[in-house]
Design a protein around this ligand. Structure first.
Ligand code: ADP
Ligand code: MG
Length: 320
């Protein structure tokens, strides 16, 4: 069945019912959004390109989930409440079954976070998905990369490395047992953005970032923005039992430089240790202390015996 551009938007992306904060949604030239008094907008875009960010074999529902999840993860890192998002889609053809499954995965996650699709753009072309999210935080309270203070503890949410493990299995550089592969693939295709944790960390964390390109590189952004250094306990980085059963070099590759984790790395005063634990508990996610912020610039990485080592790993960079 051939489907026009406007049929496609109406059928799969336009949904009835008012959404808080969205005065005008899909259907006019612009969306009209009403800000909550006393709050600031936090806005972020992330694009997913076939062959670059996902394999052509991926289930469209997982793709819908992930395209929004990576954007919600940016809002989470800033401690923002999700409000509205915009979807720019290039599709090779107007495939109704594909769109329906994609929209299902997308809206399942959107509804869980109370975020409304308020507009977008649709065009023919190589499969490409660009989402822009908008969230809110009370004025001056957004979590930024630049606030880490000497003496702060460095924390990580959830677990790192399974997404990279799945990528390596897809590439054929290692093989995982069926159940292990399913677990790693779930981490790669269906990351859970830590929105509740980001909100719980407002007024508590001094700096935060989400891990998209690899832990070392993303922590490096916090250190650079904050003008500080750090010591990291590499073996304290939280990882699944599946990953912990792999050779140490692979564990380090996956946890330190894996990428696609969508966990939060954040800093908080050591005196607020118990409050950070409580924030994790209230958000339903484990939080693990992994190091300390120091005045001496650079990052010192220690092994389980407390010996410094040079990881020699690079974070992901599209142009390197
Ligand atoms: P314009 O030509 O003014 O840019 P369009 O014809 O591209 O408007 O889009 C019509 C309406 O549908 C607009 O409100 C736009 O925001 C919305 N829209 C287009 N594509 C999508 C999409 N993929 N998801 C959600 N809304 C969309
Ligand atoms: Mg348009």
């Amino acid at each position: 069945m051939s489907l026009g551009e406007f049929d496609l938007i109406r059928r799969f992306f336009q949904r009835p019912g008012a959404q808080p904060g969205v005065a005008v949604g899909i259907g006019d030239d612009c969306a009209v959004l009403t800000p909550t008094p006393g709050q600031q907008w936090l806005v972020s875009s992330d694009m997913l390109v076939e062959g670059r960010h996902f394999l052509p074999t991926v289930n469209p529902a997982h793709l819908g989930h992930k395209a929004l999840a990576v954007n919600l993860s940016d809002l989470a890192a800033c401690g923002a409440t999700p409000r509205a998002f915009f979807l720019a889609l290039a599709l090779p053809r107007a495939d109704a079954a594909w769109c329906e499954t994609f929209a299902h995965g997308l809206f399942e996650l959107a509804d869980r976070h109370g975020i409304a699709l308020a507009g977008g753009d649709t065009t023919a072309g190589p499969l490409n998905i660009c989402i822009t999210v908008m969230g809110e935080a009370p004025t001056g309270q957004a979590l930024l990369r630049s606030g880490a203070q000497v003496g702060d503890e460095i924390w990580v949410s959830g677990q790192l490395g399974d997404a990279r493990l799945a990528l390596e299995a897809f590439r054929g550089t290692l093989s995982l047992p069926g159940e292990g592969f399913a677990q790693a693939r779930q981490a790669m295709e269906c990351p859970q953005p830590r929105v509740a944790l980001g909100l719980a960390l407002r007024g508590l964390a001094t700096a935060a970032i989400d891990v998209s390109d690899g832990f070392l590189g993303d922590l490096g952004h916090v250190l650079a923005a904050s003008g500080v250094g750090a010591t990291l306990q590499a073996e304290a980085l939280p990882r699944s039992a599946l990953l912990a059963a792999q050779p140490l070099a692979l564990q380090r590759l996956c946890t330190l430089a894996g990428g696609d984790d969508y966990e939060l790395v954040f800093t908080a005063p050591a005196a607020r240790h118990a409050a950070v634990r409580a924030a994790g508990q209230s958000a339903g996610v484990t939080v693990t202390p992994v190091g300390r912020i120091e005045a001496e610039p650079g990052l010192r990485v220690l092994d389980a015996a407390g010996q410094a080592f040079e990881p020699g790993l690079q974070s992901f960079d599209h142009f390197k």
